[in-house]
Ligand binder design. Structure first.
Ligand code: BG6
Ligand code: MG
Length: 218
């Protein structure tokens, strides 16, 4: 009977709730540019790379800028984001995550990070999880953003595991698509009425177990 040999975790929205900090930083930037950016707008940025997020934000504000101006704004947003996440510690790890990581370690199942964020290593260090991951693939390591499968394919390759033996945990629609395009099983983390295309759905990692994950392979 086939069983998962590796797990790939998205970071933002799966391991930690950083969406609130991204939202705060983007909202401040939008205000400065003279328009309102709502929490509903922020949903569109989940899983989306920094530059793509800025492009969506500018589209909402109906603002056209040069590439250089965009680069400056992305840097400004990121500085503010780094300020906001500087207070993060292990208390920010979402419920059930550490328990499930311990179960994976006990079951000798490798796990990697597959995140679009260039700040992923900083965040993992802040919450004390950096050394627990076998492999870390972040926004600096990929050339194509999710829904490209690149981030997860790279993770599987570095773990030396076949893609069909991998399970992805994702809270963003673009990430679910990336995992499926990589040929992996995907568990959607969030509202199953909103997310689609995953093999299973949970609201919190507290609901996950090795048994439930194994059942994806039968
Ligand atoms: C993703 C987040 O994980 O990382 C997005 O869901 C974010 O909201 C993206 O834009 C890039 O993050 P960063 O930290 O590189 O700006
Ligand atoms: Mg996410």
């Amino acid at each position: 009977m086939p069983k998962p040999k590796a797990v790939l975790f998205d970071l933002d929205g799966v391991i930690v709730d950083t969406a609130k900090f991204h939202f705060q930083a983007w909202k401040e930037l939008a205000n400065e540019l003279g328009f309102t950016f709502t929490e509903a707008d922020n949903e569109r940025l989940k899983g989306v790379s920094r530059m793509d997020s800025l492009n969506i934000l500018l589209e909402i504000g109906q603002i056209e800028l040069s590439e250089l101006e965009k680069k400056h704004l992305a840097t400004q947003k990121n500085k503010r984001y780094i300020e906001l996440i500087s207070t993060m510690d292990e208390k920010e790890i979402l419920p059930g995550v550490q328990y499930f990581l311990n179960a994976l370690k006990k079951g000798k199942i490798f796990f990697a990070l597959g995140s679009a964020s260039k700040n992923a290593p900083r965040i993992l260090r802040a919450i004390g999880l950096y050394d627990q991951f076998d492999v870390i693939i972040d926004g600096n390591a990929v050339t194509k953003a999710k829904p490209s499968p690149e981030v997860f394919l790279l993770g599987a390759r570095q773990l030396s595991v076949d893609t069909q033996d991998c399970v992805v945990f994702e809270d963003a629609q673009s990430g679910i698509e990336a995992g499926k395009r990589a040929g992996m099983k995907v568990v959607g983390v969030g509202d199953k009425n909103v997310l689609h295309g995953a093999d299973d759905y949970i609201v919190s990692m507290k609901e996950m177990s090795i048994e439930r994950m194994n059942s994806l392979f039968f």
